[in-house]
Design a protein around this ligand. Structure first.
Ligand SMILES: *[C@@H]1O[C@H](CO)[C@@H](O)[C@H](O)[C@H]1NC(C)=O
Length: 337
């Protein structure tokens, strides 16, 4: 990259940071004042304005839950965030943009993100109107949905000010157990085993067999956790998005999120967001039945049962901010003392 170009990028990044700092001062709090510029296209109220309306009037129980989650997130952020690294455009990679409706969605893998991408595609009108008819690979195809990282600082700023920003989170260890199962233990394809499994085996297994070294197909949960806690892993680069902490993907202490949805209450929370979008007729794809949710929880408990208290504590430390920011308590099966 040429020197001038580099300078321009550095400047753009600095502007973005300044713009975002300004933004947190300018964006009206949801409790008071009028909400920004109005909806793109100008006709009806934007999702952000609808949320504001909800907060002004007598609140429904669900709106109250969401207000409390938002407050807790802000309080926890102000208590725990020290000086922060400057926000770079690349940090906005996971924030997907729907200009037609005025939405920003930060996707966290293993938290119904395929279905949210399907819904955003259906909303965009560039895909079948029934989200369930959109194949997963199409929902994940790069560039299918624009990301906030693709816009100039001024354009980013405008969207952050006027759009409803939301994300969906999940109990961190259940998400981790789900990532392990889907990507390493019983993958849909061998790609993750070859990419991550082989290097985990090579690095952490004392006497690896030749088959494991080439296929990386039999990584145990304990080995996976040791890989996450190994300082060399973080030094080599950010975690893969399937096990990266939600706060490191979405930066909830620097971007203002209006709605924090939870995987544990996916159906209600998705309906809440779609209600704000004002897309009657669009239904979020049916989440897994409660029985399967309970099975997922049991599986996480079973996986962690065999992990030593020492590793459990260190892993809890690694994911601690996700527990705190999104109000998850330490799972009862953990032995933290
Ligand atoms: C946090 O979680 C606890 C326990 O599940 C719950 O009682 C409380 O209402 C939650 N607080 C917020 C702000 O969501």
């Amino acid at each position: 990259m040429g020197r001038r170009c580099w300078r321009r990028r550095a400047l753009a990044a600095a502007c973005l940071v300044a713009a975002l700092l300004l933004l947190s001062a300018l964006r009206p709090g949801l409790e008071g004042g009028a909400v920004g510029a109005g909806r793109p296209g100008g006709k009806s109220r934007s999702p952000l304005q609808r949320l504001h309306d909800l907060d002004q009037g007598p609140r429904s129980a669900l709106a109250e839950v969401h207000r409390q989650r938002r407050d807790l997130l802000h309080r926890t952020c102000s208590r725990h965030t020290r000086r922060q690294r400057l926000l770079q455009p690349e940090d906005l990679r996971h924030v997907l943009v729907d200009d037609a409706h005025g939405l920003l969605y930060c996707y966290v893998p293993k938290v119904a993100c395929t279905n949210w991408k399907r819904v955003l595609l259906a909303l965009s009108g560039r895909a079948p109107p029934d989200p369930r008819a959109i194949p997963a690979h199409e929902a994940h195809a790069p560039g299918r949905l624009p990301s906030l990282a693709d816009f100039s600082p001024a354009e980013v700023n405008r969207r952050l000010r006027a759009y409803l920003a939301f994300l969906f989170v999940r109990e961190p260890f259940e998400r981790l157990a789900s990532a392990y199962r889907n990507k390493l233990e019983r993958p849909y394809s061998a790609a993750f085993q070859r990419r991550f499994g082989t290097s985990i085996v090579r690095r952490l297994r004392p006497r690896p067999g030749p088959d494991a070294l080439t296929r990386g197909h039999d990584v145990r949960f304990a080995e996976f956790l040791a890989y996450l806690l190994d300082p060399r892993t973080r030094r080599a680069g950010p975690f893969n998005e399937h096990w990266e902490r939600a706060h490191a993907l979405c930066h909830p202490c620097r971007l203002r999120y209006d709605v924090v949805g939870k995987f544990e209450t996916l159906a209600e929370d998705a309906a809440f967001v779609l209600g704000l979008v004002g897309a009657p007729g669009l239904r979020f794809p049916e989440p897994p039945p409660r029985a399967r949710a309970a099975a997922t929880r049991d599986r996480a408990a079973r996986l962690f049962r065999d992990i030593s208290p020492f590793y459990q504590r260190r892993l809890f430390g690694l994911y601690r901010m996700d527990f705190l920011l999104f109000n998850y308590s330490a799972p009862s099966y953990l032995r933290l003392r």
